[in-house]
Design a protein around this ligand. Structure first.
Ligand code: BES
Ligand code: ZN
Ligand code: ZN
Length: 480
C-alpha cells in the first residue's frame, strides 16, 4: 500500500494526478465542503456533457483542464450514498485514477467517522495489486488524500485495510513459495514485529502431542504441516476470543484428487489462516481491549506415496477418531485439531473461518459467506458482518444430518449425506470438537477468492473476505 492522509484544504486547488468526486443519483456532482461552488458547477457541466451516471460504482473521467489543479477528475456514482455504497464507490474510483498515480485527492461525502473509514477502506482495498511475479511491473506508491476525514478515522481505517491486504498477499503468493513452514514463519515475524506471543508446532511436536488431523492431511506433502498459536493479550482485556483458521496452502484433494479445473484456485484454501493471523495483528495495532488468540491449522494437501488413504482412521487432538473416506474433505480434519486446542484454553467464544466446502458456493454464490453455530453468536457474527459491510448469511445445522457422519469403524467419518447440504454437514462435523464453548463457523469458500474481474473494492484474486467482520465482532465485544 501507499499512504493515506486526512486533508482539510480546498480540493480544487490541490495539485494531484486525480481528484475523485461523487456523482449523485440525478447525475450531478455531490457537494463537498472543500469543493467550492464554482468548480463544482463547472465539473457538473463537464460530467453532464458525458452523461455521467450516478449508478453505484460507475466511473466517468474528465480532464482537470482549467477547472481544477488535478490532471483528471474521476466522477463516481455513489448510489444511495450509505456507508456500503461509499466503500464500493471509493474502490471503483481508486482504479480509475490513471496508470501510476502518485497523488490522489478524494472528495467523496465524508461528514462523519463512519464515512471516513468506509472511504479509506474503499481506496486502500480497491487499489490493491499483486505484482510480485510480474517481470515488467513498475513499482509505484500512491498518496491518498482524504478530504474531510478525521486523522484518527484514516489511521484506524488504514490499519484494517493493511490487514486485509496483508492477508491477500499471503493467499495470492503461489503455493510453490507459500507452504506450511513459510506461513508459520510469516506468523513468527509478524508476532515479533507487533510484540505478540507466538508458538509454532512442527511435525515432530504435532506427532508428540497427538494432532492427528493436521498430521494426516499434511503427510502426503514433502513440506510438513504446522500449527501456529499467536496471541494478543492486553492488560485491560474484557475477555478472550479464540479464532481458528483453515490454512491449507494448496488443496489438490489428496488421493481423492480434484479435477484440474477445481484445483486452479486452491491456493485460496489457506485464507482462513491468513485472515486469523492478520485479525490478531490488527486487533493489537488498534489496541482493542479484548484478548485474541489465533490458531492457524496449516498443511499442504498432496497425493503421494506417503499420503493418507480413503478409509484411514486418524486421531484428532484430544482423542476422537475420524474415518477419512474422502481426503478432499481435509479442512474439517485440520480444523478439528485447532478447535480442540482452542477450546482447551476456555475462551469466551471461538470463531472459526474456513474455505471449507464447495457447497457454500452452491448455496450462497460467490459473494456471500455462510455462518453457522450457536444461535446467539451466529447472530452476533451476522450483525458484525452487516456493520462491516460484508455479505454473510445465517445457515442452519439440521439435526437429521448429524447421523450421516456416523462411521462404522471410528467415532465419525469425514463426509456425510451425498444428497446435498454439504456446508451444513461440515459445520455439524466441526461442532463435535467445540464442546460447550460458544461457537460460530464461517464458511468463506467462494467469497475468499474473486475469479472474475474487479468490482468495487474487490480486486481479482484473494479478497480478504471476513477479516473486517471478525474485527468488528472483536471491537463490539471489547466495547460492550
Ligand atoms: N477447499 C475445498 C472447498 C472449496 C471448494 C473451497 C471450492 C473453495 C472453492 C474443500 O477442502 C473441499 O474440497 N471440500 C469438499 C468436501 C467434500 C469432499 C465432502 C467439497 O466441498 O467438495
Ligand atoms: Zn479439499
Ligand atoms: Zn480444502
Amino acid at each position: 500500500m501507499t499512504s493515506l492522509t486526512a486533508i482539510h484544504d480546498a480540493v480544487a486547488t490541490s495539485a494531484a494526478d486525480a481528484l475523485i468526486v461523487g456523482i449523485g443519483p440525478d447525475g450531478t456532482v455531490v457537494p463537498h465542503p472543500q469543493l467550492a461552488e464554482g468548480p463544482r458547477a463547472a465539473l457538473g457541466t463537464a460530467f453532464a456533457a458525458l452523461e455521467a451516471s450516478g449508478k453505484l460504482g460507475s466511473t466517468t473521467v474528465v480532464p482537470g483542464g482549467d477547472i481544477v489543479a488535478a490532471t483528471r477528475v474521476v466522477g463516481v456514482g455513489i448510489g444511495d450514498g450509505d456507508l456500503n455504497a461509499l466503500r464500493e464507490a471509493a474502490g471503483s474510483a481508486s482504479r480509475a485514477c490513471g496508470k501510476k498515480p502518485a497523488k490522489v485527492v478524494v472528495a467523496l461525502p465524508c461528514d462523519n467517522d463512519g464515512a471516513a473509514v468506509a472511504i479509506t477502506h474503499g481506496v486502500a482495498l480497491g487499489s490493491y495489486r499483486f505484482t510480485s511475479y510480474k517481470s515488467d511491473a513498475e513499482d509505484y506508491e500512491t498518496e491518498w488524500l482524504i478530504a474531510g476525514a478525521s486523522k484518527v478515522a484514516v489511521e484506524r481505517g488504514g490499519i484494517v485495510a493493511e490487514a486485509v491486504n496483508g492477508s491477500r498477499d499471503l493467499v495470492n503468493t503461489p503455493p510453490l513459495d507459500m507452504y506450511p513452514a513459510v506461513l508459520a514463519d510469516e506468523a513468527k515475524s509478524l508476532a515479533a514485529k507487533y510484540d505478540l506471543a507466538v508458538r509454532v508446532w512442527d511435525e515432530v511436536q504435532l506427532a508428540g502431542e497427538g494432532f492427528g488431523g493436521i498430521l494426516g492431511v499434511g503427510m502426503g506433502s514433502s513440506r510438513p504441516p504446522r500449527l501456529v498459536r499467536i496471541a494478543y493479550a492486553p492488560k485491560d482485556a474484557v475477555g478472550t476470543i479464540a479464532l481458528v483458521g483453515k490454512g491449507i496452502t494448496f488443496d489438490t484433494g489428496g488421493i481423492s484428487l480434484k479435477p484440474s479445473k477445481g484445483m486452479e484456485t486452491m491456493k485460496s484454501d489457506m485464507t482462513g489462516a491468513a485472515i486469523v493471523l492478520h485479525t490478531v495483528v490488527a486487533a493489537a495495532r488498534l489496541g482493542l481491549t479484548i484478548g485474541v488468540t489465533g490458531w492457524l491449522c496449516i498443511a499442504e494437501n498432496m497425493p503421494s506415496g506417503t499420503a493418507q488413504r480413503p478409509s484411514d482412521v486418524i486421531r484428532i487432538y484430544g482423542g476422537k477418531t475420524v474415518e477419512v473416506l474422502n481426503t478432499d474433505a481435509e479442512g474439517r480434519l485440520v480444523m478439528a485439531d485447532g478447535l480442540v486446542a482452542a477450546v482447551s484454553e476456555s475462551p469466551d467464544a471461538v470463531l472459526d473461518v474456513a474455505t471449507l466446502t464447495g457447497a457454500q458456493g452452491l448455496a450462497l454464490g460467490s459473494r456471500t459467506s455462510g455462518v453457522m453455530g450457536d444461535d446467539a453468536i451466529r447472530a452476533e457474527v451476522i450483525a458484525a458482518a452487516e456493520a462491516a459491510g460484508e455479505s454473510m448469511w445465517p445457515m442452519p445445522m439440521p439435526a437429521h444430518l448429524r447421523e450421516s457422519i456416523d462411521s462404522k469403524v471410528a467415532d465419525l467419518k469425514n463426509i456425510g449425506d451425498p444428497n446435498g447440504g454439504g456446508m451444513l454437514t461440515a459445520a455439524l462435523f466441526l461442532k463435535e470438537f467445540v464442546g460447550d464453548t460458544p461457537w460460530a463457523h464461517l464458511d468463506i469458500a467462494r467469497p475468499s477468492f474473486n475469479e472474475g474481474s474487479a468490482h468495487g473494492y474487490t480486486t481479482p484474486g484473494s479478497t480478504g473476505a471476513s477479516l473486517r467482520t471478525l474485527l468488528r465482532f472483536l471491537a463490539e465485544r471489547a466495547s460492550a
